[in-house]
Design a protein around this ligand. Structure first.
Ligand code: ATP
Length: 402
Protein backbone atom coordinates (compact mmCIF):
# COMPACT_ATOMS: atom_id res chain seq x y z
CA UNK A 1 0.00 0.00 0.00
CA UNK A 2 1.83 3.04 -1.26
CA UNK A 3 4.87 4.13 0.59
CA UNK A 4 3.91 2.41 3.79
CA UNK A 5 4.69 -0.98 2.34
CA UNK A 6 7.12 0.10 -0.33
CA UNK A 7 10.59 -1.30 -0.76
CA UNK A 8 13.62 0.87 -0.05
CA UNK A 9 14.08 2.14 -3.63
CA UNK A 10 10.39 2.79 -4.10
CA UNK A 11 10.19 4.51 -0.74
CA UNK A 12 13.15 6.79 -1.44
CA UNK A 13 11.72 7.68 -4.87
CA UNK A 14 8.29 8.38 -3.40
CA UNK A 15 9.73 10.65 -0.74
CA UNK A 16 11.90 12.44 -3.30
CA UNK A 17 8.84 13.20 -5.47
CA UNK A 18 7.70 12.77 -9.04
CA UNK A 19 7.34 15.51 -11.62
CA UNK A 20 4.16 15.37 -13.68
CA UNK A 21 1.95 17.71 -15.65
CA UNK A 22 -1.39 18.97 -14.36
CA UNK A 23 -4.20 16.75 -15.62
CA UNK A 24 -6.43 19.05 -17.68
CA UNK A 25 -9.95 18.23 -18.86
CA UNK A 26 -12.61 20.27 -20.62
CA UNK A 27 -16.30 19.67 -20.00
CA UNK A 28 -18.96 21.13 -22.28
CA UNK A 29 -22.44 21.35 -20.77
CA UNK A 30 -25.65 21.09 -22.83
CA UNK A 31 -27.26 24.31 -24.09
CA UNK A 32 -29.48 25.69 -21.34
CA UNK A 33 -33.08 26.91 -21.61
CA UNK A 34 -32.04 30.54 -22.02
CA UNK A 35 -29.62 29.75 -24.84
CA UNK A 36 -32.22 27.58 -26.60
CA UNK A 37 -34.82 30.29 -26.18
CA UNK A 38 -32.75 32.80 -28.18
CA UNK A 39 -32.21 30.15 -30.85
CA UNK A 40 -28.51 29.76 -30.07
CA UNK A 41 -26.71 26.69 -31.32
CA UNK A 42 -23.64 24.75 -30.35
CA UNK A 43 -20.39 26.09 -31.74
CA UNK A 44 -18.23 23.22 -30.51
CA UNK A 45 -17.75 19.55 -31.37
CA UNK A 46 -16.05 17.07 -29.05
CA UNK A 47 -14.66 14.98 -31.89
CA UNK A 48 -13.11 12.37 -29.61
CA UNK A 49 -12.15 11.88 -25.95
CA UNK A 50 -9.30 14.40 -26.13
CA UNK A 51 -10.10 16.96 -28.84
CA UNK A 52 -12.60 19.79 -29.11
CA UNK A 53 -13.12 21.66 -32.37
CA UNK A 54 -14.68 25.04 -33.17
CA UNK A 55 -17.21 24.21 -35.88
CA UNK A 56 -17.71 27.31 -37.96
CA UNK A 57 -14.78 29.71 -37.80
CA UNK A 58 -15.41 32.77 -40.00
CA UNK A 59 -12.72 32.92 -42.72
CA UNK A 60 -11.13 36.06 -41.25
CA UNK A 61 -10.75 34.49 -37.81
CA UNK A 62 -8.98 31.30 -38.83
CA UNK A 63 -5.53 32.78 -38.43
CA UNK A 64 -6.40 34.52 -35.15
CA UNK A 65 -7.65 31.63 -33.02
CA UNK A 66 -6.99 27.91 -32.96
CA UNK A 67 -9.91 25.85 -34.24
CA UNK A 68 -8.88 22.62 -32.55
CA UNK A 69 -7.71 22.07 -28.95
CA UNK A 70 -6.37 18.90 -27.37
CA UNK A 71 -6.38 18.06 -23.66
CA UNK A 72 -5.96 15.01 -21.44
CA UNK A 73 -9.74 14.56 -21.59
CA UNK A 74 -12.63 16.25 -23.33
CA UNK A 75 -16.19 15.54 -22.15
CA UNK A 76 -19.16 16.36 -24.35
CA UNK A 77 -22.69 17.30 -23.25
CA UNK A 78 -23.85 13.69 -22.90
CA UNK A 79 -21.10 12.63 -20.49
CA UNK A 80 -22.21 12.34 -16.87
CA UNK A 81 -20.29 13.62 -13.86
CA UNK A 82 -19.43 10.04 -12.78
CA UNK A 83 -17.37 9.58 -15.96
CA UNK A 84 -15.81 13.03 -15.62
CA UNK A 85 -14.74 12.01 -12.13
CA UNK A 86 -13.46 8.55 -13.16
CA UNK A 87 -11.32 9.88 -16.01
CA UNK A 88 -10.57 13.44 -15.02
CA UNK A 89 -10.14 13.49 -11.24
CA UNK A 90 -10.29 10.15 -9.42
CA UNK A 91 -6.66 9.11 -9.67
CA UNK A 92 -5.43 12.53 -8.57
CA UNK A 93 -7.99 12.92 -5.75
CA UNK A 94 -7.34 9.47 -4.29
CA UNK A 95 -3.58 10.09 -4.08
CA UNK A 96 -4.42 11.68 -0.73
CA UNK A 97 -4.89 8.28 0.94
CA UNK A 98 -1.32 7.40 -0.05
CA UNK A 99 0.11 10.52 1.56
CA UNK A 100 0.22 12.68 -1.57
CA UNK A 101 -1.36 16.15 -1.59
CA UNK A 102 -3.86 16.69 -4.35
CA UNK A 103 -6.17 19.37 -5.69
CA UNK A 104 -9.10 19.34 -8.07
CA UNK A 105 -10.14 22.68 -9.59
CA UNK A 106 -13.18 23.70 -11.60
CA UNK A 107 -12.55 26.72 -13.84
CA UNK A 108 -14.93 28.42 -16.25
CA UNK A 109 -17.35 31.29 -16.81
CA UNK A 110 -20.50 31.81 -14.78
CA UNK A 111 -23.13 29.10 -15.27
CA UNK A 112 -20.79 26.89 -17.29
CA UNK A 113 -21.19 24.06 -14.76
CA UNK A 114 -18.36 24.46 -12.20
CA UNK A 115 -20.48 23.89 -9.09
CA UNK A 116 -22.48 21.15 -10.84
CA UNK A 117 -19.24 19.35 -11.68
CA UNK A 118 -17.40 19.94 -8.36
CA UNK A 119 -20.35 18.87 -6.21
CA UNK A 120 -20.43 15.50 -7.96
CA UNK A 121 -16.66 15.12 -7.92
CA UNK A 122 -16.48 15.88 -4.20
CA UNK A 123 -19.24 13.35 -3.45
CA UNK A 124 -17.63 10.59 -5.55
CA UNK A 125 -14.18 11.26 -4.08
CA UNK A 126 -15.46 11.17 -0.50
CA UNK A 127 -17.31 7.89 -1.17
CA UNK A 128 -14.16 6.34 -2.66
CA UNK A 129 -11.97 7.61 0.18
CA UNK A 130 -14.27 6.04 2.78
CA UNK A 131 -14.41 2.83 0.72
CA UNK A 132 -10.61 2.73 0.75
CA UNK A 133 -10.53 3.29 4.52
CA UNK A 134 -12.97 0.42 5.04
CA UNK A 135 -10.77 -1.89 2.98
CA UNK A 136 -7.62 -0.97 4.92
CA UNK A 137 -8.57 -2.02 8.40
CA UNK A 138 -4.88 -2.51 9.27
CA UNK A 139 -4.40 1.27 9.36
CA UNK A 140 -5.76 3.92 11.68
CA UNK A 141 -7.21 6.90 9.78
CA UNK A 142 -7.92 10.41 11.06
CA UNK A 143 -9.83 12.77 8.76
CA UNK A 144 -10.16 16.50 9.23
CA UNK A 145 -12.26 18.93 7.22
CA UNK A 146 -12.12 22.68 6.70
CA UNK A 147 -13.87 24.99 4.24
CA UNK A 148 -13.34 28.57 3.20
CA UNK A 149 -14.49 31.08 0.69
CA UNK A 150 -12.59 34.01 -0.84
CA UNK A 151 -14.73 36.92 -1.90
CA UNK A 152 -13.16 40.24 -2.94
CA UNK A 153 -9.92 39.16 -1.27
CA UNK A 154 -11.60 38.47 2.07
CA UNK A 155 -11.30 34.94 3.44
CA UNK A 156 -14.36 33.61 5.26
CA UNK A 157 -14.80 30.37 7.19
CA UNK A 158 -17.69 28.39 5.72
CA UNK A 159 -18.02 26.31 8.90
CA UNK A 160 -18.60 29.41 11.00
CA UNK A 161 -21.45 31.94 11.10
CA UNK A 162 -18.96 34.68 12.00
CA UNK A 163 -18.44 36.77 8.84
CA UNK A 164 -15.19 38.37 10.10
CA UNK A 165 -12.48 37.94 7.46
CA UNK A 166 -9.66 35.59 8.41
CA UNK A 167 -5.98 36.50 8.13
CA UNK A 168 -3.33 34.56 6.24
CA UNK A 169 -0.11 33.82 8.11
CA UNK A 170 3.22 32.48 6.95
CA UNK A 171 4.28 29.38 8.82
CA UNK A 172 7.94 28.42 8.31
CA UNK A 173 7.03 24.72 8.12
CA UNK A 174 3.50 24.63 6.70
CA UNK A 175 3.68 27.63 4.35
CA UNK A 176 0.60 29.86 4.17
CA UNK A 177 -2.02 29.05 6.80
CA UNK A 178 -5.43 30.60 7.49
CA UNK A 179 -5.58 31.90 11.04
CA UNK A 180 -8.46 30.59 13.18
CA UNK A 181 -9.92 28.48 10.36
CA UNK A 182 -12.08 25.76 11.93
CA UNK A 183 -10.82 22.25 11.26
CA UNK A 184 -13.35 19.59 12.26
CA UNK A 185 -12.18 16.06 13.03
CA UNK A 186 -14.63 13.80 11.22
CA UNK A 187 -16.52 11.07 13.05
CA UNK A 188 -17.70 9.35 9.87
CA UNK A 189 -19.00 9.95 6.35
CA UNK A 190 -22.37 11.23 7.62
CA UNK A 191 -20.56 13.86 9.67
CA UNK A 192 -18.77 15.02 6.50
CA UNK A 193 -22.09 15.15 4.58
CA UNK A 194 -23.50 17.31 7.36
CA UNK A 195 -20.56 19.72 7.15
CA UNK A 196 -20.80 19.88 3.35
CA UNK A 197 -24.43 20.94 3.60
CA UNK A 198 -23.48 23.63 6.14
CA UNK A 199 -20.96 24.99 3.63
CA UNK A 200 -23.55 24.96 0.87
CA UNK A 201 -26.04 26.85 3.06
CA UNK A 202 -23.39 29.40 4.08
CA UNK A 203 -22.56 30.03 0.44
CA UNK A 204 -26.23 30.52 -0.44
CA UNK A 205 -26.62 33.08 2.36
CA UNK A 206 -23.74 34.96 0.81
CA UNK A 207 -25.36 34.85 -2.61
CA UNK A 208 -28.60 36.52 -1.46
CA UNK A 209 -26.88 39.02 0.83
CA UNK A 210 -23.97 40.00 -1.27
CA UNK A 211 -25.27 40.26 -4.77
CA UNK A 212 -24.11 37.32 -6.88
CA UNK A 213 -21.43 36.42 -4.41
CA UNK A 214 -21.50 32.78 -5.36
CA UNK A 215 -20.22 33.34 -8.85
CA UNK A 216 -17.67 35.89 -7.66
CA UNK A 217 -16.23 33.81 -4.84
CA UNK A 218 -13.81 30.89 -4.71
CA UNK A 219 -14.65 27.96 -2.50
CA UNK A 220 -11.97 25.65 -1.13
CA UNK A 221 -13.03 22.47 0.67
CA UNK A 222 -10.09 20.70 2.26
CA UNK A 223 -9.93 17.16 3.56
CA UNK A 224 -6.80 16.19 5.47
CA UNK A 225 -6.10 12.49 5.92
CA UNK A 226 -3.60 11.03 8.34
CA UNK A 227 -2.99 7.30 8.60
CA UNK A 228 -0.63 4.95 10.36
CA UNK A 229 -0.48 1.18 10.86
CA UNK A 230 -2.42 -0.08 13.87
CA UNK A 231 0.39 -2.51 14.66
CA UNK A 232 4.06 -1.78 14.00
CA UNK A 233 4.77 -3.84 10.88
CA UNK A 234 8.52 -3.86 11.32
CA UNK A 235 9.04 -2.73 7.76
CA UNK A 236 10.44 0.43 6.30
CA UNK A 237 7.84 3.10 5.75
CA UNK A 238 5.54 2.02 8.54
CA UNK A 239 5.27 5.63 9.60
CA UNK A 240 2.42 8.11 9.40
CA UNK A 241 1.14 9.30 6.02
CA UNK A 242 -0.37 12.77 6.00
CA UNK A 243 -1.80 14.69 3.04
CA UNK A 244 -4.74 16.85 2.04
CA UNK A 245 -7.04 17.07 -0.95
CA UNK A 246 -8.53 20.42 -2.00
CA UNK A 247 -11.79 20.67 -3.93
CA UNK A 248 -11.75 24.13 -5.49
CA UNK A 249 -14.80 25.72 -7.10
CA UNK A 250 -13.42 28.92 -8.63
CA UNK A 251 -15.25 32.16 -9.28
CA UNK A 252 -16.68 32.70 -12.76
CA UNK A 253 -13.80 33.58 -15.07
CA UNK A 254 -15.64 36.04 -17.34
CA UNK A 255 -14.83 39.31 -15.56
CA UNK A 256 -11.19 38.48 -15.08
CA UNK A 257 -10.79 37.66 -18.76
CA UNK A 258 -12.71 40.75 -19.83
CA UNK A 259 -10.41 42.80 -17.67
CA UNK A 260 -7.38 41.16 -19.22
CA UNK A 261 -8.56 41.70 -22.79
CA UNK A 262 -9.31 45.35 -22.03
CA UNK A 263 -5.88 45.75 -20.49
CA UNK A 264 -7.38 47.14 -17.29
CA UNK A 265 -4.90 47.19 -14.41
CA UNK A 266 -5.82 45.48 -11.24
CA UNK A 267 -6.70 47.80 -8.35
CA UNK A 268 -7.61 47.17 -4.77
CA UNK A 269 -11.35 47.53 -4.22
CA UNK A 270 -12.40 47.35 -7.85
CA UNK A 271 -14.91 44.72 -8.97
CA UNK A 272 -12.39 42.63 -10.82
CA UNK A 273 -11.53 39.42 -9.11
CA UNK A 274 -7.92 39.85 -8.14
CA UNK A 275 -7.43 36.21 -7.13
CA UNK A 276 -8.62 34.97 -10.49
CA UNK A 277 -6.46 37.38 -12.42
CA UNK A 278 -3.43 36.35 -10.38
CA UNK A 279 -4.29 32.69 -10.91
CA UNK A 280 -4.23 33.31 -14.67
CA UNK A 281 -0.85 35.05 -14.40
CA UNK A 282 0.60 32.31 -12.18
CA UNK A 283 -0.56 29.59 -14.58
CA UNK A 284 0.86 31.49 -17.58
CA UNK A 285 4.23 31.97 -15.85
CA UNK A 286 4.40 28.36 -14.70
CA UNK A 287 3.46 27.11 -18.16
CA UNK A 288 6.52 28.91 -19.52
CA UNK A 289 8.76 27.11 -17.05
CA UNK A 290 8.43 30.03 -14.61
CA UNK A 291 9.54 27.97 -11.66
CA UNK A 292 12.99 29.47 -12.08
CA UNK A 293 11.73 33.04 -12.30
CA UNK A 294 9.36 35.05 -10.13
CA UNK A 295 5.86 33.64 -9.89
CA UNK A 296 3.49 36.09 -8.18
CA UNK A 297 1.79 33.63 -5.80
CA UNK A 298 1.73 36.29 -3.09
CA UNK A 299 -0.33 38.72 -5.19
CA UNK A 300 -3.63 37.11 -4.19
CA UNK A 301 -5.16 35.13 -1.36
CA UNK A 302 -6.20 32.27 -3.62
CA UNK A 303 -2.75 31.71 -5.10
CA UNK A 304 -1.10 32.07 -1.67
CA UNK A 305 -3.35 29.41 -0.16
CA UNK A 306 -3.04 27.11 -3.17
CA UNK A 307 0.65 27.64 -3.93
CA UNK A 308 1.59 23.97 -3.27
CA UNK A 309 -1.15 22.83 -5.67
CA UNK A 310 0.20 25.07 -8.45
CA UNK A 311 3.64 23.88 -9.34
CA UNK A 312 4.48 22.53 -5.87
CA UNK A 313 4.14 19.40 -3.75
CA UNK A 314 0.78 18.18 -5.06
CA UNK A 315 -0.94 16.33 -7.85
CA UNK A 316 -3.42 18.59 -9.60
CA UNK A 317 -6.38 18.14 -11.93
CA UNK A 318 -8.25 21.04 -13.52
CA UNK A 319 -11.65 20.64 -15.11
CA UNK A 320 -12.51 23.59 -17.34
CA UNK A 321 -16.22 23.94 -17.92
CA UNK A 322 -17.80 25.78 -20.83
CA UNK A 323 -21.07 26.49 -22.55
CA UNK A 324 -21.26 25.41 -26.21
CA UNK A 325 -23.39 28.45 -27.14
CA UNK A 326 -22.31 30.87 -29.85
CA UNK A 327 -23.14 33.84 -27.59
CA UNK A 328 -20.36 32.68 -25.20
CA UNK A 329 -17.69 32.01 -27.81
CA UNK A 330 -15.29 34.62 -26.46
CA UNK A 331 -15.51 33.26 -22.91
CA UNK A 332 -15.15 29.70 -24.15
CA UNK A 333 -11.98 30.62 -26.04
CA UNK A 334 -10.59 32.26 -22.92
CA UNK A 335 -11.37 29.12 -20.94
CA UNK A 336 -9.61 26.98 -23.55
CA UNK A 337 -6.63 29.33 -23.51
CA UNK A 338 -6.39 28.97 -19.74
CA UNK A 339 -6.69 25.17 -20.09
CA UNK A 340 -3.93 25.13 -22.75
CA UNK A 341 -1.56 26.98 -20.39
CA UNK A 342 -2.50 24.79 -17.43
CA UNK A 343 -1.57 21.60 -19.27
CA UNK A 344 2.04 22.80 -19.54
CA UNK A 345 2.40 23.26 -15.77
CA UNK A 346 4.50 20.68 -13.94
CA UNK A 347 4.05 19.80 -10.27
CA UNK A 348 6.27 17.63 -8.10
CA UNK A 349 4.27 15.56 -5.66
CA UNK A 350 5.94 13.69 -2.81
CA UNK A 351 4.71 11.14 -0.35
CA UNK A 352 4.38 12.96 2.97
CA UNK A 353 5.64 10.36 5.34
CA UNK A 354 6.36 10.96 8.99
CA UNK A 355 8.32 7.89 10.00
CA UNK A 356 8.36 6.43 13.46
CA UNK A 357 11.83 6.67 15.07
CA UNK A 358 12.37 2.95 14.67
CA UNK A 359 11.39 2.90 11.00
CA UNK A 360 13.41 6.02 10.29
CA UNK A 361 16.60 4.53 11.82
CA UNK A 362 16.17 1.32 9.81
CA UNK A 363 15.64 3.29 6.61
CA UNK A 364 18.73 5.43 7.26
CA UNK A 365 20.80 2.35 8.09
CA UNK A 366 19.87 0.77 4.74
CA UNK A 367 20.60 3.98 2.87
CA UNK A 368 23.97 4.23 4.60
CA UNK A 369 24.87 0.63 3.89
CA UNK A 370 24.05 1.13 0.22
CA UNK A 371 26.20 4.22 0.14
CA UNK A 372 29.12 2.52 1.92
CA UNK A 373 28.90 -0.49 -0.39
CA UNK A 374 28.94 1.73 -3.44
CA UNK A 375 31.85 3.75 -2.06
CA UNK A 376 33.77 0.59 -1.20
CA UNK A 377 33.24 -0.93 -4.61
CA UNK A 378 34.39 2.25 -6.35
CA UNK A 379 37.44 2.77 -4.16
CA UNK A 380 38.53 -0.89 -4.31
CA UNK A 381 38.24 -1.00 -8.09
CA UNK A 382 40.07 2.32 -8.37
CA UNK A 383 42.86 1.38 -6.02
CA UNK A 384 43.01 -2.23 -7.18
CA UNK A 385 42.75 -3.48 -3.62
CA UNK A 386 40.45 -6.31 -4.65
CA UNK A 387 38.43 -6.14 -1.46
CA UNK A 388 35.03 -7.89 -1.46
CA UNK A 389 31.69 -6.10 -1.49
CA UNK A 390 30.29 -5.35 1.93
CA UNK A 391 33.55 -5.58 3.83
CA UNK A 392 33.81 -2.84 6.36
CA UNK A 393 30.31 -1.35 6.15
CA UNK A 394 28.92 -3.59 8.90
CA UNK A 395 31.51 -2.04 11.19
CA UNK A 396 30.33 1.46 10.26
CA UNK A 397 26.67 0.53 10.89
CA UNK A 398 27.66 -1.13 14.13
CA UNK A 399 29.43 2.01 15.29
CA UNK A 400 26.46 4.19 14.28
CA UNK A 401 24.03 1.98 16.20
CA UNK A 402 25.80 2.75 19.42
N1 ATP B 1 -23.08 19.08 -17.59
C1 ATP B 1 -24.28 19.55 -17.23
N2 ATP B 1 -25.41 18.88 -17.53
C2 ATP B 1 -26.62 19.36 -17.19
N3 ATP B 1 -26.81 20.55 -16.54
C3 ATP B 1 -25.74 21.26 -16.22
C4 ATP B 1 -24.41 20.81 -16.54
N4 ATP B 1 -23.53 21.73 -16.09
C5 ATP B 1 -24.26 22.68 -15.51
N5 ATP B 1 -25.57 22.42 -15.59
C6 ATP B 1 -26.67 23.29 -15.08
O1 ATP B 1 -26.34 24.63 -15.44
C7 ATP B 1 -26.62 25.54 -14.40
C8 ATP B 1 -25.38 26.34 -14.00
O2 ATP B 1 -24.44 25.43 -13.46
P1 ATP B 1 -23.48 25.80 -12.24
O3 ATP B 1 -24.24 26.51 -11.17
O4 ATP B 1 -22.76 24.59 -11.87
O5 ATP B 1 -22.54 26.86 -12.94
P2 ATP B 1 -21.29 27.62 -12.33
O6 ATP B 1 -20.23 27.60 -13.37
O7 ATP B 1 -20.93 27.07 -11.01
O8 ATP B 1 -21.88 29.08 -12.17
P3 ATP B 1 -21.42 30.29 -11.19
O9 ATP B 1 -20.04 30.68 -11.59
O10 ATP B 1 -22.40 31.37 -11.51
O11 ATP B 1 -21.53 29.83 -9.77
C9 ATP B 1 -27.20 24.71 -13.26
O12 ATP B 1 -28.59 24.76 -13.30
C10 ATP B 1 -26.73 23.32 -13.56
O13 ATP B 1 -27.60 22.35 -13.04
Amino acid sequence: MGAAAAGDDELSAAIAGKAERILVSVRVRPLNAKELEIGDSSDWDCVNGTTIVFKHPPPGERALFPTSYTFDRVFGKDIGTRQVYELGAKEVALSVVRGINSSIFAYGQTSSGKTYTMTGITEFSVADIYHYIKKHADREFTLKFSALEIYNEAVRDLLSTDPTPLRLLDDPEKGTIVEKLIEETLRDQDHLRELLSICEAQRQIGETNLNEMSSRSHQILRLTIESSPKVYAGRDGSGTLIACVNFVDLAGSERASQAMSAGVRLKEGCHINRSLLTLGTVIRKLSKGGRNGHVPYRDSKLTRILQPALGGNARTAIICTMSPAHCHVEQSRNTLLFASCAKEVVTNARVNLVMSDKALIKHLQRELSRFVNLYWRLSSSTLGLGLGQGQGWETVIHILRY
